[in-house]
Every structure is written in C-alpha cells, then in structure tokens.
Design a protein around this ligand. Structure first.
Ligand SMILES: C[S@@+](CC[C@H](N)C(=O)[O-])C[C@H]1O[C@@H](n2cnc3c(N)ncnc32)[C@H](O)[C@@H]1O
Length: 242
C-alpha cells in the first residue's frame, strides 16, 4: 500500500508513524509513506497557503490551489482520497479493514478554519472523522487512521491472527489479558488460563468477551454474531443484573 499525506506539518506525521510498529513496517517496506508539504505548492511569493473567508468571519481558510497541485503531484488512478474532517463519518474498525485493502490512499489534513470547499468537491472521495470533537488540524486524525489501517496489513503485526481476535472485529470487546507473574498486587491470574485446557480457555474468553460487551458497550451486541450458547450466557447476565 502507498499512503500520501497532504499536510502543512509533515514532520508531525512522520514523527508518529515513524515509531514503533508502523515505523518498523515502514523500514521493512511493508508500505510506502510519502508526506507532501502543501506549502511547497503555493504560488505565493511569501509561501502563504491560507486567506480570509469570503463573506467574513474569523480565522483563515486553506486555499484550493496549493492543495490541488499537491494532490496532482501524487495522483494515481487507484488513489482513494480522504479528507480528515469533523464533518465526516466517524472512523471505525470496519472502515479500517476496508481501507487496508486499498492500493493507494491520499489523506488530506486541513488546518485553521478548514479548506476551500471547491477543492474538496473536486478531489475528495470520502470524509472521515475521528469523533464528535474539533481538532486544530487533520494530522492526528490521519495518524490514527493510518495506524489502524496499517496494523491490518499482512506482516505489519508479527502475528496476523491477533488482529482478528481484537475488540470490534466481531462486534464484541476483547477478553481480558494477563501476563507473568501469576500473582500481582494480590490478584491471581484466572486458574483456567494456567490449565492448558484449550476448550475451557476458549469458552472462558468468549464469556468474558460477552460479559464486557454486555456491561461496557451493549449497543454492539445487536450486530454481533451470537451462538445459542452465547445467548443463554447473556440471559444469565441479564437475570443477575436485575
Ligand atoms: C479547526 S478544524 C476546522 C473545523 C471546521 N471549521 C468545522 O467546523 O467543521 C481544522 C482541521 O482539523 C481537522 N479536524 C478537526 N476535527 C477533526 C475530527 N474530529 N476528525 C478529523 N479531522 C478533524 C480537519 O482536517 C479540519 O480541516
């Protein structure tokens, strides 16, 4: 996968994605990352990329021309262009999985009051929001989207299976995790996890997963694929909480 990020702050994006798992994947050429400084495409002799809004109002608006030229410089017929915006659809794991199958993503990060609408109309395929709050710029949102997408690309995580067992993958939250030592702060690891009995461990994890989703995110259960045993277990939880 190739990712181009159109931004006024390329170092911000490189600093985040260049670390840890996404950084290692980049070094191992599991994806290509190209940060494009929109300012490099301004026609203004003072390197300005923003101007005051038509119709008045506070703040500055990013001009269409430098963004459009930055986009043209990285365009490919396969490219899907995403504008990070508080007005977009809230990002989710399902969207991360869909995007992980794309060949080429171009992410546009806005700043200030936003971006001249005409360039958005011209180049953007989709708007994605990180949530119902307003950030100062799209860079943090772009990094969050890239991180979630990249870890789904084969080879990026050491163990591919682990990304399928996580929260949201099947509309259930993940079961609790434990590591050595067996006892910490006076709390013991659940005995079943030490038993080596795979079927029991699997059932324990499934029930914990159902229980957590039931208490923390009951809205997810409506979309989850549940077996009869799961439904019976949820019934007992419902009775116990009455
Ligand atoms: C201060 S915001 C502009 C908000 C805009 N005036 C509005 O009310 O919709 C500047 C930039 O930050 C990014 N941004 C802000 N909040 C975001 C969010 N929740 N998700 C994704 N990007 C966001 C967008 O790229 C936006 O162009």
């Amino acid at each position: 996968m190739r990712i181009d990020i159109l931004t006024l702050f390329p170092e911000m994006v490189r600093a985040v994605l260049g670390e840890s798992i996404t950084g290692r994947a980049l070094k191992n050429s599991l994806y290509e990352l190209n940060t494009v400084n929109i300012r490099d495409f301004t026609a203004d002799k003072h390197r300005r990329v923003d101007d005051s809004p038509y119709g008045g109002g506070s703040g500055m608006v990013m001009e269409a021309q430098p963004i459009y030229d930055a986009y043209v410089s990285v365009y490919s017929p396969d490219a899907k262009v995403i504008y990070l915006s508080p007005q977009g659809r809230p990002f989710c794991q399902q969207k991360a999985r869909t995007l992980s199958e794309e060949k080429h993503l171009i992410l546009l990060c806005g700043h200030y009051e936003g971006v001249d609408e005409r360039v958005l109309e011209e180049i953007v395929d989709e708007e994605i929001s990180l949530g119902d709050f307003v950030l100062t710029g799209g860079e943090i949102a772009a990094c969050a989207v890239c991180d979630a997408v990249l870890r789904l690309i084969p080879g990026v995580l050491g163990n591919n299976a682990s990304s399928f067992e996580e929260s949201f993958e099947d509309n259930l939250l993940e079961y609790p995790q434990y590591t050595r030592p067996e006892e910490v702060l006076g709390r013991r690891v659940p005995e079943v996890l030490l038993s080596g009995h795979h079927k029991n461990i699997e059932r324990f994890r499934r029930e914990k997963s159902l229980e957590r989703t039931f208490y923390k995110r009951p809205d997810l259960l409506e979309k989850a694929d549940l077996t009869r045993t799961d439904l019976a277990f949820l019934e007992t939880l419902k009775k116990n909480t009455k």
